[in-house]
Design a protein around this ligand. Structure first.
Ligand SMILES: Nc1ncnc2c1ncn2[C@@H]1O[C@H](COP(=O)(O)OP(=O)(O)OP(=O)(O)O)[C@@H](O)[C@H]1O
Length: 226
């Protein structure tokens, strides 16, 4: 059974005329795979990612997680699923700048509420150490470089051990060295840790090293399995 599936997935914004963001997307995402979503600016890549991540609701079709259609879930159930099953990494990291790296990674663990305070701190510290930031865990985010911030954002995305990592232009603000490091970590998360990584990107080098590319044009998928 696939981890994530888009089945006739569509999103239209009502208006005169209506704006078609995503039209009839069909694909499956398997564990252990690194997938990129590519295509020209405005073709609907982010819109598709938001649907997959339950950050937006489709106007047609469905998203399935472990074979279950999540369309009927209410907002609270969707928020819970996001917290348990997904990690998100965006171009702008959305970390809390006045909090330390450690506190930022601890936040989603505390929100899920399965670990006590000491376990939460240990888990967050483990993730930061794995990201090469053990020595900077107590730095506030505004005292970290762009590359370090994005590594904290990845550690935060992994906080609750999600099977799915969804990213939107995660290297958009990084130089080539930091960008390569982020991409390596995505490959490791997919191939060594058997998670699924789905990444919207303009960067053709990242697309080239991904296992699979989903190409979009004008809201439609044009090459589902290139
Ligand atoms: N709330 C909105 N109202 C009107 N149009 C919108 C809205 N949100 C998105 N769009 C339009 O929908 C289209 C798809 O947007 P989306 O952000 O998904 O594209 P994208 O491929 O991710 O673009 P980029 O690569 O530039 O980030 C674009 O033409 C955008 O202008």
């Amino acid at each position: 059974m696939s981890l994530l599936e888009a089945r006739h997935l569509s999103r239209t914004l009502s208006g005169e005329p209506p704006v078609l963001l995503v039209e009839d997307a069909n694909f499956v995402i398997e564990r252990g795979s690194f997938t990129t979503i590519i295509g020209p600016s405005g073709c609907g890549k982010s819109s598709l990612l938001y649907l997959l991540g339950l950050l937006d609701r489709p106007t047609g079709g469905s998203v399935l997680i472990d074979g279950e259609d999540v369309g009927d879930l209410d907002g609270d159930a969707r928020a819970r699923l996001r917290l348990e099953r997904f990690g998100f990494v965006f171009q702008f990291h959305f970390l809390l700048p006045e909090f330390t790296a450690l506190e930022n990674v601890m936040l989603p663990i505390r929100r899920l509420g399965r670990l006590d305070r000491i376990e939460t701190e240990m888990r967050a510290m483990e993730l930061l150490t794995a990201a090469g930031l053990g020595g900077k865990a107590k730095n506030t985010v505004d005292r970290l470089s762009g590359g370090e911030r994005q590594r904290v954002a990845i550690a935060r995305a992994l906080a609750n051990d999600p099977g799915l990592i969804l990213c939107d232009e995660p290297t958009g603000n990084l130089d080539s060295q930091n960008s390569a490091r982020v991409v390596e970590s995505f490959q490791m998360l997919a191939h060594d840790q058997n998670r699924a990584v789905v990444c919207v990107t303009h960067d053709l080098e990242i697309a080239a090293v991904s296992d699979r590319r989903i190409s979009m044009l004008d809201g439609r998928i044009v090459q589902p399995d290139s």
